[in-house]
Ligand binder design. Structure first.
Ligand code: KIV
Ligand code: NA
Length: 264
């Protein structure tokens, strides 16, 4: 198997081939996803929620994300590993974005970075692209702006449709190699996908995007509480892990583990 590169994703769009992207936050899960043939792994700032237990992605820092990126890159020799730039690490200026993205490249060994924003993030995207850092953009519902957007809401409805299209065209023009669209009406996401030459990646954006992405814990049934409407559970990893931990605790209590074959 060859290593996935940015140009492979563009070629898949031309061939009309769909691909699934997953988040990953550590070596062990990244290995499994790489072996499963997932071409793109995202070390999402959703680590704020699923790794660090914060309510939103706002508080997570570069220092908290960098070690996760290193682990994922070591575990996934074939995947294109994209690292999210956290809130507060790139918005101020293209210079700030370049300084942060450089850390994810030099220290994290990521292959690309992702940042949130359309028209407003275009100068940052252009600066990173010029420096040789491939950028995936993220438009529609952008979780780092949850407080400004008035909660978890579908974006691009009504008048919002032309803003979403402007954002999509702006990130393509600025040099992004791909764009995530989150919580956008399916029909609009399909229109944007048809208008752009770069591949779109949907999450809650219908079936017509070039790729799809899910947080792996949502995908595998390893999230507690209720999940978003756009999630489908492809496994019950949480239940399997709970059963394993309970079985282990019981076996130790009942003295059936360790047995003779586990002893020296
Ligand atoms: O952080 C994340 O997990 C994401 C994806 C869900 C797109 O940004
Ligand atoms: Na993210």
């Amino acid at each position: 198997r060859t290593k996935t590169r940015v140009h492979h994703l563009a070629e898949m769009k031309l061939r009309g081939e769909r691909w699934g992207m997953l988040t990953a936050y550590d070596y062990s899960s990244a290995r499994i996803f790489d072996e499963a043939g997932i071409p793109v792994l995202l070390v999402g700032d959703s680590a704020a929620n699923v790794v660090y237990g914060y309510d939103t992605t706002v508080p997570v820092t570069t220092e908290e994300l960098l070690p996760l990126v290193r682990g994922v890159v070591r575990g996934a020799p074939h995947a294109l590993v994209v690292a999210d730039l956290p809130f507060g690490s790139y918005e101020a200026s293209p210079e700030q974005a370049l300084a942060t993205a450089t850390r994810f490249f030099k220290e994290g060994l990521a292959h690309a970075v992702k940042l949130e924003g359309g028209v407003r993030a275009a100068p940052q995207i252009a600066a990173l692209t010029a420096a040789g850092i491939p950028v995936m953009a993220h438009i529609g519902f952008t979780p780092q702006s949850v407080n400004g957007l008035g909660g978890f809401r579908v974006q691009g409805r009504g008048d919002g449709a032309s803003q979403l299209l402007d954002d999509a065209l702006a990130v393509e023009e600025a040099g992004a190699f791909s764009v995530v669209m989150e919580m956008v009406p399916a029909e609009l996401a399909g229109q944007v996908t048809g208008k752009l030459t770069i591949p779109t990646v949907g999450i809650g954006a219908g079936a017509d995007c070039d790729g799809q992405v899910l947080v792996w814990q949502d995908m595998a049934g390893y999230t507690s509480g209720k999940t978003a409407k756009f999630v489908r559970r492809f496994g019950e990893v949480g239940a399997a892990l709970r059963e394993a931990a309970t079985g282990y605790a019981d076996a130790v209590r009942e003295r059936s583990f360790p047995a003779a074959e586990h002893s020296f």
